[in-house]
Write a protein that binds this ligand. Structure first.
Ligand SMILES: [Zn+2]
Length: 408
């Protein structure tokens, strides 16, 4: 079998050394020198295996066997190399390495003409410019050049300024756009980033859908007042209101759908002084579910939870929905292709699941047939230096990918 576990392990270990924060996990913000080193490593490995590459205007890298021209309709597989600060060594990296290994295995097998392309998407995580999946969204056109100009990193550079030395080009974005007829389908191998598969002792799972994500920013305005002389009945405490809403959300979420989750991950308190009743609280809500109807139903319940708590406490509410990414069903034919590949490889089971996290696959699914494979995450830990997946599971997923794309 040409898919080589040692090579996969070697790439993951090498890419892990490209970090801003050695000893404290992956630190590879998009367009940083460490991110670029990781990208260059993958390109060098593929070039060594007889591949050519091109970089599209959004900054995504495309790699094919030199025997496969750029106009040949291809299978596509890949993921991302950027990380959250203090991230793990597997998130995104595994999907890129699996696609790279398919190119190397095909070359070693003498199957240079398999219509297959590996892709490295730019800026998936959303931590560099405040919005995620920018490379894939720029490529399919859900974000245009102007939208990407409006996004800035922490040094105040917009996407194009930060990406210029990495071959991004706003003038070519339109011309480089993905054309669906050029693609047979997209496969993304990714770690699960949850505990389900690890608990169920599953190695590799077929992902049949990706949860949608709606996000909100909520501002509660009360009245700042003296913490000593204002009686409990006379207060309009914005933070107490936020606390009631947050606890209410935690109880409400499990009643709204089997795979629905709601999180308040960010809170700003004003004046944030220990002897002043809080006047203003701004917090975020991140809501995810496996169907758009579950999201819409939850939206109504959450709005009413917020309104009733605020009204009772005499607080003013401003609620803005900042994102509404729909839930994405993945492609049934590609799922069948992977099931058939698993049978040919005598894999005894290929369990099925849905993805709670968003991935580039959710973006691609809107325009071309798309499917994902999950590899189990130890104890479900991710976005953390302790993130870990077993090499044998990563190798099994890569073999499945190779089998699926190398069969007519
Ligand atoms: Zn990822």
């Amino acid at each position: 079998m040409p898919v080589n576990a040692e090579r996969i392990a070697g790439d993951i270990a090498t890419i892990a050394t490209f970090t801003l924060t050695p000893g404290h996990g992956a630190g590879r913000p998009t367009f940083s020198s460490h991110w670029r080193q990781a990208r260059d490593h993958v390109i060098a490995e593929a070039t060594h295996a007889g591949c050519h590459h091109r970089i599209d205007a959004a900054g995504n890298v495309h790699i094919r066997s030199a025997s496969v021209g750029w106009s040949v309709p291809c299978w596509l597989a890949g993921s991302h190399l950027d990380s959250v600060p203090g991230g793990g060594d597997y998130d995104g990296v595994l999907g890129v390495v699996a696609a790279l290994e398919v190119l190397r295995a095909a070359a070693e097998d003498g199957r240079h003409s398999i219509p297959f392309e590996a892709v490295i998407f730019a800026e998936e995580e959303g931590t560099t410019f405040g919005l995620g999946m920018l490379g894939s969204q720029g490529w399919i056109g859900t974000l245009d050049a102007k939208a990407l100009t409006a996004l800035q990193n922490s040094s105040g550079q917009n996407y194009w300024q930060a990406g210029k030395s990495h071959q991004t080009d706003p003038a070519q974005l339109e011309a480089n756009r993905l054309r669906p007829k050029d693609w047979l389908g997209f496969f993304e191998v990714h770690i699960e980033q949850g505990a389900g598969m690890w608990k169920r002792k599953e190695s590799v799972a077929l992902v049949t859908g990706i949860n949608g994500r709606w996000q909100y920013s909520v501002t509660l305005n009360g009245v700042a007042n003296h913490a000593g002389s204002t009686g409990m009945a006379d207060r309009h405490d914005a933070l107490a209101g936020a606390a009631e809403i947050i606890a209410g959300l935690e109880s409400l979420a499990p009643t709204l759908g089997p795979r629905l989750v709601a999180t308040v991950g960010k809170l700003l308190v004003e004046p944030n002084v220990f002897n002043v009743i809080p006047s203003t609280v701004i917090f975020t809500i991140d809501l995810r579910a496996d169907s758009d109807s579950a999201l819409a139903g939850a939206d109504l319940r959450i709005r009413s939870l917020i309104t009733s708590a605020a009204t009772r406490r005499g607080l003013k509410v401003d609620l803005t929905q900042t994102e509404s990414l729909p839930a994405a069903a993945l492609d049934a034919d590609l799922a069948d292709r992977l099931r058939a590949a698993a049978t040919r490889l005598s894999m005894t089971t290929l369990p099925e699941t849905t993805s709670g996290a968003l991935h580039d696959a959710a973006i691609l699914a809107a325009v071309i047939p798309t499917i994902m494979l999950f590899v189990a995450s130890r104890d479900g830990i991710s976005h953390n230096p302790n993130e870990f997946s077993r090499l044998e599971d990563a190798t099994a997923a890569t073999r499945l990918l190779y089998e699926a794309v190398s069969n007519p």
